[in-house]
Write a protein that binds this ligand. Sequence first.
Ligand SMILES: Cc1ncc(COP(=O)(O)OP(=O)(O)O)c(N)n1
Ligand SMILES: Cc1ncsc1CCOP(=O)(O)O
Ligand SMILES: [Mg+2]
Length: 544
Amino acid sequence: MGFHVCSQALSSAPIHHQFRYIHSISRGVRRAGVSNLRAMQQEEELKPPGRVRVPHVLTVAGSDSGAGAGIQADMKACAARGVYCSTVVTAVTAQNTVGVQGVNIVTEEFVREQLKSVLSDMRPDVVKTGMLPSPGIVKVLCQSLKEFQVGALVVDPVMVSTSGDVLAGSSVLASFREELLPLADIVTPNLREASALLGGAPLETVADMHSAAKSIHNIGPRNVLVKGGDLPSSSDAVDVLFDGKEFYEFRSTRVNTSNTHGTGCTLASSIAAELARGSSVLSAIKIAKHYVESALDYSKDILIGGGHQGPFDHLMKLKNSAPDLCARRLFSPNDLLLYAVTDSRMNKKWGRSMRDAVKSAIEGGATIVQLREKDADTRDFLEAAKTCVEICRSHGVPLLINDRIDIALACDADGVHVGQSDMPARVARTILGPDKIIGVSCKTPEQAEKAWIDGADYIGCGGVYPTNTKENNLTVGLDGLKTVCLESKLPVVAIGGFGISNVRPVMELGVPNLKGVAVVSALFDRESVSTETQNLLKVIIGST
Ligand SMILES: Cc1ncc(COP(=O)(O)OP(=O)(O)O)c(N)n1
Ligand SMILES: Cc1ncsc1CCOP(=O)(O)O
Ligand SMILES: [Mg+2]
């Protein structure tokens, strides 16, 4: 059993969400973070032409009139992460920064009706639960989760508010243990909730958190995140994840503020939002924690209400960078579906400008673009890259620069792709900050692990098949690709020798982390880039 410490220097996950996906089915609900290409293809097939799917979280929780926690926090957190959020209200609370003045529980019949309305029509990717005030409501929820094909399930086992008021009595505990937790892909108890789920023994150390995570895992959820924010003995905030095999510790510096009302709801819904965008459970937690910490830090001095537990500002980014947010799509692992990588020599051979190459690839349906210009002069490269940024941004397609961090910064590209002998990803992350996309070339699970630790957003694995595009490049084959994908905590795009005739076996590998293929010559060493891109996309989408 291994043990990992995860740094919090994190990538936000810039994404565009053209492709929603279905999770593979397990125990009535589908598994979290296990989107696969086939599922994305199925979704794409069902989508009417010209319509764009958005990632979607359904929150089943209570309303907080003060809007710091509950349904209101969930909606704001999802909005901040670019994810649609529908709602099933289980209770209406009269609540402010002082405490909870009243609770009005919604009837089981009406909770069932709300669930049916959303689940039968809107097909959320992920269901996130918060306040479930009665065993009857837990039962209704579990029945609905089994009746409708829902996405992954994130359970925040809310029992007590930040002010100490009881939101779900001890009668609900048994229902959590017996009915809901066995369906959950991840459950996120704080210390008190973890203790309550396990019969009441207090948790006082990180070691206690480890054993609690393991014991709760035995109840049935696939992943358990025990949040140690209230641990008296630590100066850092430590959360412990157990996935059934390994323990992970997420450490972050405590933000000195009393504006913490709703952090639990916000963390759980941010995790749900990242899962809906195609992240693995580990990535989702890392990104969600980074988001919550940034929001807490941004809001540490705001004043709302006279009580001890103020809310924080979920949408702080809108104030700082509204134009930026509007212009730039956030990155999603699903963007990697058809990754077009330009080549200066091929452009020269076909008499094409970088701009025309990029424009045609986008017209053909490329979902992300990388400028890989090995020969261009820096000044020419920068000018062309600026134009390409404009084109990509106007189409909502992320644009990355190969190798050249300086060019990426100067043209405000969405990120970079670096190899094992380029600028280390850790340094690139420090230079580029949390909001840029960083991809790293990896041939082995060890390199993939390092990329994750260094704060990359995805890895490019290859060359898979032999290629003339990159000299002296050892091939890893489909087996090597599969090994890396199975071990990687980051989404993977396969690269090397791909074209219409051989892309199918990759699509059929069936490994959840593999999100798409990156292609150079089969798109750019051809007369019509847009036609080739379109035809390849059809095969990717149409593969069975
Ligand atoms: C998506 C993607 N994956 C891998 C590579 C290769 O990058 P690198 O190993 O740095 O080699 P060069 O492309 O720089 O020759 C890539 N470019 N894109
Ligand atoms: C850049 C790179 N890295 C590994 S293989 C490769 C080249 C892929 O090019 P092609 O798609 O033409 O085989
Ligand atoms: Mg390189």
